[in-house]
Every structure is written in C-alpha cells, then in structure tokens.
Write a protein that binds this ligand. Sequence first.
Ligand code: ZN
Ligand code: ZN
Length: 357
Amino acid sequence: MVAVMSIWLITLVLAASLTSSPAVEPQQEKAHHTREGFRNPWPGFQRHGFLDFLKWQWQRLRGRSPQKPKTYDMKWVENDGRALKGHRQSLVITWVGHATAVVQIDGHTILTDPIWSERCSPVSWAGPKRYVPPFPRLEDLPPIDAVVISHNHYDHLDRDTIRKLGNGPIYFVALGVKRWLRRWGIREENIVELDWWQRHELNGLTFVCVPSQHFSGRSLNDTNRDLWCGWAILGPTRRVYFAGDTGYFPEFVEIGRRFGPFDVALLPIGAYLPRWFMRPVHMNTAEAAQAFLDVGARYFLAIHWGTFDLADEPLDAPPRALMRAADSLGIEREQLVVMMHGETRVFSEKPARAKED
Ligand code: ZN
Ligand code: ZN
C-alpha cells in the first residue's frame, strides 16, 4: 500500500514537471476568475491543498480510514452498441461507467466525460484502475456529434479516448481546457470553449456551460488553471443536465430556474469519503438528492460511482446510500435511475418541459 501510494505521488510529481503550459488570461470582473486561475466564489467554500491530500493519505496508511472489500460483485451489460444505432426515441441514455454516458437526445449523440482507458492516471502503468470494463466499446458507438467535458481531472478528461475520438465530434469545454485537446490533435474549429453561463448552439441543440463547485489540475503546478463546469443540454423537446463532478453548492437552484425542468439530471454520487476532505468538491448522496430537487428534473441518473476506486467508501456503497437519502427527502424510487454499467435506458415519457413559446 505504501509502495503504491509513493509510486502514485512520484507519478504526480513527474507529471508536474512534464506538463507546464501558459495560463489562460483571467477576466478580473468575474468572481470566479483570479490572476492565478479560477476559484469557487460561493461563501463557505473551503479549499483543500496538497497538504490536506497528504494528510488523508497518511490517515489511510495508518488504518484510520474504513476497511473496504478488495473485490466487488458488480454486474454489467456487455452492450454491443447495436441498439444505439438509428433509434427513433427522443431521449436514450447509456451509462458506460463513472461520468461517461452516451446521451442520445433529439436525434443527436453526445458523450459526457468520455474515458474508455483502463486507468484514470497520467501514466498507463499506475493509478486507479477500472473495476468494470467499458461497454459499449468505443468502436461500437454510432457517430458522435458532440462531447461535453466537465473538467480536466484524469477520470474526466482522458487523452487516449480523446485521441481515438479524434476530429469527428465537436468538443464543449470550459475555459482553459482547449489547450489539452489541441495538444492531442483536435482541431481549433472542433472545440467550443466557454465560461460559466455561456452557451453555444449546434444543429438545434443548445449547450450551456453551467457552474459547478470543484477544482482542476493534471499536475502539481496547474491547480485551478482551467475552469470546471457542468452542462445543460437543451433540445427542441428534451433537456438534460450533466453535473460533472461537484460539491453541493447554491447554484443548483439557479441552473434549474434558468434551464429546467430537466428530463434527466446526471448527478455524481461517489467519492464522498472522508467528508472533511471531499465535502467541498464531491457531494455525498444526501447532497446529491437535494441537488436533484434543486435543479428540478424528472429522473436522477446516478454517475461517478462503481468504476474507479477514488475515495474511502466502498465502490458499491453509493446506490444504497442514495436510496436512503432519496426516501428521506420524499423522492420517488421510480425517479432514481441507478443503472448497471453498459445499460441503456429509453426515456419514453412525455417531455418534462412544454415546448418553448
Ligand atoms: Zn474532479
Ligand atoms: Zn471525478
């Protein structure tokens, strides 16, 4: 365990020395822009630094963190992707794993935070490894129209997957993230880089970059240089909210007020322990259930769990905790969509929001 962690830290340091690049020019008038990068502007937000990360790792080594199973009885669907091709439904979502979903909305196919790699890490030989294989396989997917990226962490922005996707899709990213895609061969005209609350229309779909409470960094020297965000995807008949990776914060209500109600909200439910370290940047299930009520959506689709072991709770614990949290807030069980990896769900009910007038 010690060896694994020290390898991991050395890896981060190595990555730091390899990946420095120019910062994005900040716009001082915005509360989340600073000279050094970006910040979470909400009162009460507590930023944890690298020393806190080391403190957490130290507690883990000392056995102060809860014991977890070594293996999990996780079930998944070996989805061959055939059902995703040429469907006529207005909203179909397939959960590949972690924050990766195939969102088919009003005739478009969109990927969220695509990662098909074996590990979410700067290197292929170390770092968190997936517990469940990704289905459908990348090569079995229908043509991808757009990719939305929430932030630059390795479990959300994966170089090898982006390289494989190449210049087919249009990529939607928050400020600063474009530089990574350009480095990996994505053309300028295939990238739309937005600040919070900015929007872009693509073939009748509107993509809105919405705030999240998180942080960014792919090495030790680029913390918060790039912005983090969620995405509201607004079609002529359907609306989806993809929260990315976020702590609980006041802006969920505003996102719902401006763009809701949503047909489906994809909300993260994993990587919440220990609370003292994770609370600012990762919701627990009670907070995720509250966020679901705040944004206003018909269905809660659970993401960011069961795939990479990133925190102290057992990998399969979040769904059970979510059920309890939802019960106590009066959310109906039918509203919770906790899928198996690789599973496809057709949302055939009437749209959550009446047609725009
Ligand atoms: Zn993250
Ligand atoms: Zn994450």
